[in-house]
Ligand binder design. Structure first.
Ligand code: PXP
Length: 239
């Protein structure tokens, strides 16, 4: 049965819109865990647009499931991760001008700048996952770099507008899951998934954990965090 990692970045987005103390992503994480989340994910961005250092520090002390820190492979972020020791670090590409992460890491191109961060984090006892597009060569490169996991970028599937291209993108995810597992990698998936499109990806099988943020936080605004997480957890577990 697949697991659900709840990304709470956008609870912090609402807080930062006013520059006040609420809503607190730390409280949101506790509610998500009470509702059955298997893990909590936050992305500490270089520009600190949503999650703040204080959030990650408190989450490290309060999250009782697993804390997954998404971050760029910079010296600053590696230092923070080695100090706080999240259970998992997911390395993502990061551009200041983007609204959200726009694509997977180009592991082939940036191999040399990813090598040290991956090694340092793993030596620190942190599980390392690389966020990659569903592309066989990128997955092989992630394996060669020594990653423990890949997280497959599901954005292109989620954005496909017609059934034909949607099927093609789903097939790419399916092939990527199989390739990753065959290479001995753990396989997670995420980005753009919601209460409608997650079913088909769950049905592929082989994905250990889904990392889902925007759609859960959006639903939580209307129906509450616990119900939003419970409903997504049921879908991810194949309900
Ligand atoms: N996985 C990764 C690597 C991401 O960067 C994000 C967005 O922060 C997510 C999953 C969650 O995406 P969404 O908010 O679209 O569910």
């Amino acid at each position: 049965m697949a697991k659900l990692g709840v990304n709470i970045d956008h609870v912090a987005t609402v807080r930062q819109a006013r520059g006040v103390a609420e809503p607190d992503p730390v409280t949101a994480a506790a509610l998500a865990e009470l509702a059955g989340a298997d893990g909590i994910t936050v992305h500490l961005r270089e520009d600190r647009r949503h999650i703040q250092d204080r959030d990650v520090e408190l989450l490290r002390r309060t999250v009782g499931t697993r804390l997954n820190l998404e971050m760029a492979a910079t010296d600053e972020m590696v230092g923070i991760a080695l100090k706080l020791l999240p259970d998992c670090v997911t390395l993502v590409p990061e551009k200041r001008e983007e609204l959200t992460t726009e694509g997977g890491l180009d592991v082939i191109r940036y191999r040399s700048s990813l090598k040290d961060p991956v090694e340092l984090l793993r030596q620190g006892g942190i599980t390392v996952s690389l966020f990659v597009d569903p592309d066989l060569e990128q997955i092989k490169a992630a394996r060669r770099l020594g990653a423990d996991y890949i997280e497959i970028h599901t954005g292109a599937y989620c954005e496909a507008r017609d059934p034909g291209s949607r099927r093609i993108e789903l097939e790419k995810i399916d092939n990527a899951v199989r390739a990753g597992r065959k290479l001995g990698l753990g396989v997670n998936a995420g980005h753009g998934l919601n209460y409608q499109n997650v079913r088909e990806v769950v049905a592929l099988g082989g994905i250990e954990e889904f990392n889902i943020g925007h759609s859960i936080v959006s639903r939580a605004v209307l129906v509450g965090m616990e119900r939003a997480v419970r409903e997504m957890a049921a879908l991810v577990r194949g309900g």
